[in-house]
Design a protein. Sequence first.
Length: 398
Amino acid sequence: MGQVEVEDEILYRQMIDNITDYEVIRLVPQGRVATWHTGAQRLTGYSAQEIIGQPMSVFYTEEDIQDGMAEREMSTATREGRFETEGWRVRRDGSRFWANVVLGPIRGDTGDLVGYVKIARDLSARREQEQSLLALEMMVDSITDYEVIRLDRDGNVCSWNPGAQRLKQYTSQEVLGRHVSMFYTEDDIRGGLAEREMAAAARVGRFETEGWRVRKDGTRFWANVVISPIRDAAGELAGYVKVARDLSERREQEQLLARQRDEILELSTPVIQVWDKVLVLPIIGTLDSLRASRLTESLLERIAEHQAEVVILDVSGVPAIDTDVAQHLLKTVEAARLMGSASVLSGVRPETAQAIVHLGIDLRGLRSRSTLKDALQVALQLVAAGDDGRWDPVTAND
């Protein structure tokens, strides 16, 4: 061997020894290990003294040994000029790792097989990530009542789950790569709603909203939408995860309940015209803030409609007068006064009067009668006085 050849061999061995993340070894034609280096020892745990001369199958699982896998791989490499695979391999301590293996034949000057070169690397970490991602995808695919999709940083759809297809009617082929605004109404698209939502999610870490979204067939549904940013290891924005669900049925139920509540409130606070320019508002049950607001609104509408000059507030059906109820009544009286109507309180029972005095509520500016009949007589007198020009309804309660 010449000096140049010796130097080339030394350089070659140094090059191989510096490859520490790969196993690069030579096998004899029978598949036994002929060379060993640092990368191979690091990967499998064997030293050169322990492994040189051993069959390649020493790195295989018992199942693969019994199946003759090593022999088939060498046969395929010999026949086709190269063989590549991935699978489990075994270290010296018995632990397994997922390896990528490339096997190539080595031939002499005459073309005869003189051995194999085997290159292997540990892909366990990559496989674990792939398995984790696969498990995550399977989990997401099992969610059929929610849309769970991924968007890139510009808002284009990168993934599509069965729940999204069920909700929106689009297949993955129809939406992947398209902008998320395709599910928004025309008004929201023109208003840049999708972009504003993503910007808010990126800024504060999460964005949740409810609003109309559009299916493939053009129908709308009321959706709850949560958008969260996805950031890479450096903290840079990489995209978004978007979760949506159809709340149309719940919204319809809420609207139905609201309508029923309004109807009940309307029925429980009817404004009755008992005489020309005289209205009676019988109040029955507890008077809370919502009901008081609706009561006042309804009363003012009827005052304007009938040009009423006197309103009788009958509280005989109110079980108890407390501070809140009294304040609600006073606000109603004040609103009626601003509309030009005087107010008369009727149905004041002895216990009601005692409660008002005990609470220290000043109702001295409000006419009061114990019965609706008496209150109606006062109302008629006030209207008559007004018709004679002797009564100013704006100041009648003063």
